[in-house]
Design a binder for this molecule. Structure first.
Ligand code: PEP
Ligand code: MN
Length: 350
């Protein structure tokens, strides 16, 4: 671990001593803190003493166990558990660059394409249509995480090859999903960005493997992942040595059944405050119905998202997956026109 990374993974914890705790008790706690590799700083208060402890995040859990010592009232963690992902450790926004495309800069990044890569004809037509409408990246799943094993599972490597061919033809960088650690080597060969789907946000073996990758990782929020858990998942990739992580809000499961998920747009300002990582919103999976995609895409941009991921299909009614939430080429063109209007209002370009 370099000095710089160590600095960014420092933990700060306050040990609050009980009113009337003896000097012997305070000294004993300080000694135990030191044994764990933390530096104790004793602060004398009018009523009670507190000990500020500075050390490495890795040992914070051991420190927490000191609450059983005599004279200790409480332990209060001050720093965030996610270190490298946090704004505390990096004030400036992370901007990810793929050739001429930026994610997290002033220009919004619009990723569009089919849910699944189905055929050469379907993918090429979509790639050309979204490119002509002004999209910056092509999306398309070759490995599909489907709820039912009987549903279309994706074209796998043949799908990756089609994505690479579409990139060659249109110049659009491609993003595609990766489902397991064993596929990293293969998918890396073809994709510009590796997508971790909602169902894999806590697949820690996958996240660790992606920490070693040189390619940016697009980390979708899980169906019931809190923002804290999500950022800790990002932390797995960052501590592994890969600084290129993009977060994607794609809706969470709530009691509401009128939409496929509930798109949590309030996550955008919360993330903005907590992290320097770029934020993309996926209103296609977030709502599950094409009629709701444009309004929620515009709301996401208005709320400060760095871009969108949109499902587009030449014939949504014939799609092998997620047809109901996919936009036609014409509707995608409408979305882009409206995004241009909104983006200017919030000081962004497209
Ligand atoms: C997808 O992007 O096609 C996908 C499967 O999304 P999610 O992981 O958000 O469900
Ligand atoms: Mn989909």
């Amino acid at each position: 671990m370099t000095d710089q990374v160590w600095k960014r993974t420092i933990a700060l914890m306050i040990i609050v001593m009980k009113i009337g705790a003896s000097k012997k008790e305070v000294d004993h706690v300080c000694k135990e803190v030191e044994k764990l590799g933390f530096k104790p700083h004793l602060i004398h208060g009018e009523e009670r003493n507190v000990i500020a402890c500075i050390g490495h995040e890795k040992r914070k859990a051991d420190l927490q166990d000191l609450n059983s010592l005599e004279g200790v009232e409480a332990l209060v963690p001050i720093s965030k558990p996610y270190k490298l992902a946090s704004r505390e450790s990096r004030k400036t926004a992370t901007v990810i660059k793929i050739d001429g495309t930026e994610i997290g800069g002033v220009r919004l990044c619009i990723m569009a394409g089919p849910c699944s890569v189905e055929s050469e004809k379907q993918l090429m037509a979509t790639a050309e249509a979204v490119s002509a409408a002004g999209a910056h990246m092509l999306r398309g799943g070759a490995f599909k995480p489907r709820t039912s094993p009987y549903d279309f599972q994706g074209l796998e490597e043949a799908g990756l090859k089609l994505l690479a061919a579409a990139r060659k033809k249109t110049g659009l960088p491609v993003i595609t999903e990766i489902m397991g650690p064993e596929d990293v080597e293969l998918v890396e060969k073809y994709a510009d960005i590796l997508q971790v789907g909602a169902r894999n946000v806590q697949n820690f073996s996958l996240l660790k493997e992606l920490g070693k990758s040189k390619k940016p990782v697009f980390l979708k929020r899980g169906l019931s992942t809190t923002i804290r858990e999500w950022l800790l998942s990002a932390e797995y990739i960052l501590t592994g040595g890969n600084p290129h992580v993009i977060l994607c809000e794609r809706g969470i499961r709530t009691f509401e059944t009128s939409t496929r998920n509930t798109l949590d747009l309030s996550a955008i300002p919360v993330l903005r405050e907590q992290t320097h990582l770029p934020i993309i919103v996926d209103p296609s999976h977030g709502t599950g119905q094409w009629q709701y995609v444009i309004p929620m895409a515009l709301a996401a941009i208005a709320a400060g998202a760095d871009g969108l991921m949109i499902e587009v299909h030449p014939k949504p009614e014939e799609a092998l997956s997620d047809g109901g939430q996919s936009l036609t080429f014409k509707r995608f063109g409408e979305l882009m026109a409206k995004v241009r209007t909104i983006s200017a209002v919030v000081g962004r370009t497209v």
